[in-house]
Design a protein around this ligand. Structure first.
Ligand code: NAD
Length: 476
């Protein structure tokens, strides 16, 4: 085993589990990296007790004092960029370059939290002669952050810096498939000066998630994961009157018009479909080819072929994921899709126990095929042919999801029509992965999100706080 067994992190201490554990296996080469605790309700209870106790003093520090911790933490992320990227690569399987990009995004998110003193300066108004009204944003209490496997560092940073800098204390439950990055984040937060008990890591699987949802002392949570689980978590958390935001899965459509720039579009579509081995909720799953675009399809295949597993294309998370993705390709082929590029049965020399799927391009996919609507979450691009922009937009609108939608065109009116009519929270015009930079918030629509608002950006200030309105009148 490459690393020591993981422990929960409660009140500033590593607390070994008394219960069961699970192996953490690297998708890169099948190596057992560590073991992760599958925590019990009692272990969660200890973490909530610590977080509740820490809230009293953390929440009464000034915003500027709390942000000082995050200035130092931001620099620690930068100083430890190489180590964090290596851990992320080992446990998730994405390339080192993709892992570095994740850490850089975490730095960007931390910087937004550092700017909070400029964003939440209060308001005061004399509302009647001698009567002043002012408004303050107060933290909620103990909150929780539950994350998926595909971004072990970036997705937790959608919530950790903001929620904590705004004065909350936290129980973090990372994905049990990629728990090592989160464990290192806890150490760095402590090194930055975060007081004990403010940030606690409770590892585990669905049992501990259910316990978090049911816990009366957890005031709010964010969840990121697949749509069926997001729905359940949202329902359970709100049933106990928590504030909840649950981000779900996706199936993103990239509309390619005949006038699109060939080289840019092809490179962009291939990168969007296969980056992070297709395991992104913003990945291009479906290219909607409008009219005569064979010349672009040909280039998409060429660009995709240039992605080499184990070199510039990472592994998928597990053997189960590899089998699931290959089954989707088999089924689509049986139903009549043309396999223009086949990533099945891929192995990487020297990493024979790794779990790789090569870049795959399927043409002539029809809306009735399972692969047209299911979230594949692998480096697989489905191409659906349509006659015109209207049909393409209808296809996009028919998807139950709504994270990203993209159009490639050189015609401003087409772009405008698409951005007006697409049913998704994040729209790209000639941009294949339209993740907004901060402070523009990240958030989808429809079955890609349950709850209100975006998970990052200015909107997250409202999510992690409650407003206190003070009316004052000083009588002489
Ligand atoms: P997942 O839903 O299997 O797991 C997410 C988290 O929920 C993990 O921490 C896991 O331990 C826990 N969990 C799993 N099953 C549970 C259950 N039955 N009850 C309670 N908790 C449970 O997701 P994943 O496979 O880790 O991640 C991939 C999914 O996440 C994809 O669907 C992807 O689209 C989605 N995702 C969405 C966004 C977004 O912003 N919309 C971002 C990243 C990933």
């Amino acid at each position: 085993m490459k690393y020591a067994p993981l422990a929960n992190y409660i009140n500033g201490n590593a607390v070994p589990t008394s219960g069961t554990t699970k192996d953490v296996i690297s998708p890169v080469n099948g190596e057992v990296l560590s073991t992760v605790p599958l925590s019990t309700e009692a272990e969660l209870e200890a973490a909530v007790t610590a977080a509740k106790a820490a809230f009293a003093s953390w929440s009464t520090q000034t915003l500027r004092q709390r942000c000082d911790v995050f200035y130092r933490y931001r620099n620690l992320l930068q100083d430890n960029l190489d180590e964090l990227s290596r851990i992320c690569h080992e446990e998730n399987g994405k390339t080192i370059g993709e892992s570095k990009a994740e850490v850089l995004k975490a730095i960007e998110l931390t910087e937004l939290a550092c700017s909070l003193p400029n964003l939440v300066a209060g308001e005061t108004l004399e509302v009647s002669p001698g009567f002043d009204c002012s408004i303050q944003q107060a933290p909620l209490g103990v909150v929780s952050c539950i994350t998926p496997f595909n971004f072990p560092i970036m997705v937790p940073h959608w919530t950790i810096p903001m929620a904590l800098a705004l004065g909350n204390t936290m129980i973090f439950k990372p994905s049990e498939q990629v728990p090592l990055s989160g464990a290192r984040v806890a150490e760095l937060l402590t090194q930055a000066g975060l007081p004990d008990g403010v940030f606690n890591v409770v590892h585990g699987d669905k049992q501990v998630v259910q316990s978090i949802c049911n816990h009366a002392d957890v005031e709010a949570l964010t969840f990121v994961g697949s749509t069926p689980v997001a729905k359940t978590v949202y329902a359970q958390a709100t049933a106990t009157y928590k504030r909840a935001l649950a981000m779900g899965g996706a199936k993103n459509h990239l509309i390619v018009m005949p006038d699109a720039d060939v080289e840019h579009t092809a490179a962009n579509v291939a990168a969007s479909a296969c980056g992070c081995a297709g395991q992104r909720c913003m990945a291009a799953a479906t290219m909607v080819a409008v009219g005569e675009v064979d010349h672009i399809v040909e280039q998409v295949v060429n660009q995709s072929r240039a992605l080499v597993p184990g070199e510039n294309l990472g592994a998928v998370i597990s053997a189960d994921a590899k089998a699931r993705i290959e089954n989707f390709i088999n089924e689509a082929e049986e139903q009549g899709a043309s396999v223009l590029l086949d990533g099945r049965n891929t192995t990487v020399e020297g990493c024979e126990n790794g779990t790789y799927v090569g870049p795959t391009v399927l043409d002539n996919v029809t809306p009735e095929m399972n692969i047209a609507s299911a979230e594949v979450f692998g480096p697989v691009l489905s191409i659906i042919r349509t006659g015109n922009l209207d049909e393409a937009i209808e296809l996009e609108n028919a998807s139950p999801y709504g994270n990203a939608a993209v159009v490639y065109t050189q015609d401003g009116q087409v772009a405008r029509e698409f951005t007006d009519r697409a049913s998704a929270g994040m729209i790209g015009v000639n941009v294949g992965v339209p993740v907004p930079r901060e402070p523009f918030g990240f958030g989808g629509w429809n079955d890609s999100r349950f709850g209100v608002g975006d998970i990052t950006g200015r909107g997250s200030i409202q999510f992690w706080t409650q407003s206190k309105k003070i009316t004052s009148h000083w009588v002489e």
